[in-house]
Ligand binder design. Sequence first.
Ligand SMILES: NC(=O)c1ccc[n+]([C@@H]2O[C@H](COP(=O)([O-])OP(=O)(O)OC[C@H]3O[C@@H](n4cnc5c(N)ncnc54)[C@H](O)[C@@H]3O)[C@@H](O)[C@H]2O)c1
Ligand SMILES: O=C(O)[C@H](O)COP(=O)(O)O
Length: 597
Amino acid sequence: MAASTSPFNLLSSPSLHPRSSLFHRPLLPSAAALPLRRRGRLVVVAAQTGGVGAKPTVLVAEKLGEAGLELLKDFANVDCSYNLSPEELCTKISLCDALIVRSGTKVGREVFESSGGRLRVVGRAGVGIDNVDLAAATEHGCLVVNAPTANTVAAAEHGIALLAAMARNIAQADASLKAGKWQRSKYVGVSLVGKTLAVLGFGKVGSEVARRAKGLGMHVIAHDPYAAADRARAIGVELVTFDEAISTADFISLHMPLTPSTSKILNDEAFAKMKKGVRIVNVARGGVIDEEALVRALDSGIVAQAALDVFTEEPPSADNKLVLHENVTVTPHLGASTMEAQEGVAIEIAEAVVGALKGELAATAVNAPMVPAEVLSELAPFVVLAEKLGRLAVQLVAGGSGVKSVKVTYASARGPDDLDTRVLRAMITKGLIEPISSVFVNLVNADFTAKQRGVRIAEERIVLDGSPENPLEFIQVQIANVESKFASAMSETGEIRVEGRVKDGIPHLTKVGSFQVDVSLEGSLILCRQVDQPGMIGTVGTILGEQNINVSFMSVGRIAPRKHAVMAIGVDEEPDKGTLNKIGEISAIEEFVFLKL
Ligand SMILES: NC(=O)c1ccc[n+]([C@@H]2O[C@H](COP(=O)([O-])OP(=O)(O)OC[C@H]3O[C@@H](n4cnc5c(N)ncnc54)[C@H](O)[C@@H]3O)[C@@H](O)[C@H]2O)c1
Ligand SMILES: O=C(O)[C@H](O)COP(=O)(O)O
């Protein structure tokens, strides 16, 4: 795999991909590099792995469908190692660029710490990401993607299968008959038709369960604080409060993610509010039920029956009271386990992981901002400009001044809602932090890294008159409460200030302090303040030429003729100390600074 030059390689590994080559030229993603896009909004992701020609390595830690494996193998070295102990996973991970898991592998902080910065993408081949430490992933700049749609129907079908099996005692009667008994009166069930089903969590699976339950003649209500009432109404479901749902239901089916706010949402207090004889189905996550409380509710008769596909601890212990309870039907987390769903999930996650490793855009990122592909395309040259302005600004800070307060101004003829600045902010952060630290910053960890280092980035918009055709007119970066090693970079109000624009797709520096300049931001830059007088450009150009240093651009900005001026000189090669000293010795030059872009 050749090193990618995509400006969207925001997850690139510093050790393998020199920072200076990132965003060297403002390329738009080629058509061939466009994502395998199927839905919704997209997120900038990227990972660059291995040296030029090296294939990335993907560790597949749980069984994945063949079609997905084939897709992965076309692009990467694929290591299928199942049933790894936590220690084995931590050992292997330092050799891997991507990891693919299902719900059976815990991807905790120690995994990210053990990866030594190489792990760029974790792919969760399924929906629930409660087994992945998202905070740790974000802190380590590791993207997490999931496969949120391919197993929806399978999970809904399993929920309905459990609902019907529970109501008609299928599992118990089957076991009884196989044990040689014929117990017709013992296994009289209850009917579904006309009963009230409360769906808790009206997302993808919940709404499919609701649709199917309506087909069975059930009255369906749902509770979901974030669901739209009209979406529910469209399939004949009424959204109600949590208390109304649990207190009026004959059947309750759980379909919310496991989060701190849903953990043990069905607890003693909730069971006490339920109708006596309620029946409960859980194909979401074991942790949304307080399992001890459910045992008590079953024993007291509040809950007549439960059907559980998921458990707090998986696999549950041999003496788990719910598994052994005669009124509980259990399956070993089979919700997503149909041939069709597993094939679909494998393809969905393989596409997402390969896309991320290629530096494309992922539709299913869990821990990075989602930005539409067309917005990213349009912003591409501004993404480059943003990082370079951050880099320039921080290099102008005098040693000993801590960077704490940064103000970014975006000037645009577009309305504030029409300009998504998250990628730009991330790249300014990257530019500000990378030159002064060993931290590698990307779109995933930019905000976290800034916060952790105590750098406050305030954003401001200036709405200009004129055509909103261009997303931005200029970006200005100001660093407050610092001294500058180039005094002319200070604005009238006392901040280091640099400003840039995009001209013909190329980022340009257009203002330093209060001096207007115009130099394309390629290669490196020398800024000199001088007494404005004839011959200065020639004098400096001669010194550089003698050292075979190519000048790509020169621009002089002055306050008034024959007063102070700032000369910005773009150079392709880095001048040595002696050359810089010679420039400094020119009598008309009052101060100068060399900046790497
Ligand atoms: N058993 C299985 O094999 C299996 C298969 C697929 C999904 N799942 C699980 O099912 C759950 C739902 O999956 P999905 O694809 O429908 O996800 P989803 O994100 O589409 O839906 C989840 C819904 O839960 C809602 N929600 C969040 N907090 C809530 C709360 N406090 N009360 C009520 N609703 C709340 C959300 O608003 C969302 O609409 C997840 O936990 C997932 O891991 C299990
Ligand atoms: O969240 C999910 O997608 C399901 O729980 C499926 O988990 P699995 O991939 O381990 O079957």
